[in-house]
Write a protein that binds this ligand. Structure first.
Ligand SMILES: [Zn+2]
Length: 89
């Protein structure tokens, strides 16, 4: 399944480290294809960058991301959708 990461176009420019791949292994089942993982660079105590196809880059700690928080802009929209559904408008 993860052989996919070695066949993409940007692998020439940057090769994921084992630590990066570990992060992707954790996050991919949570987010699936929702976000682009090509900018994942694992550094201890640094935030992880994911790319939202609609809103661009966003960064968060691995802990937060592994809880499924996702793109903050998408989250805002989801919350609004939930509220408007609730209010029936
Ligand atoms: Zn987004």
């Amino acid at each position: 399944m993860f052989s996919y990461f070695f066949q993409n176009n940007y692998s020439d420019e940057y090769e994921f480290t084992d630590a990066d791949l570990n992060v992707i292994r954790i996050l991919r089942p949570i987010y699936g294809n929702e976000y682009d993982f090509s900018k994942v660079r694992y550094k201890k105590h640094f935030k992880i960058t994911l790319v939202c196809p609609q809103h661009g880059d966003f960064s968060s700690s691995l802990k937060i991301l592994s809880l499924g928080s996702g793109c903050p802009q998408c989250n805002k929209r989801r919350t609004l959708n939930r509220i408007s559904k609730h209010l029936n408008i």
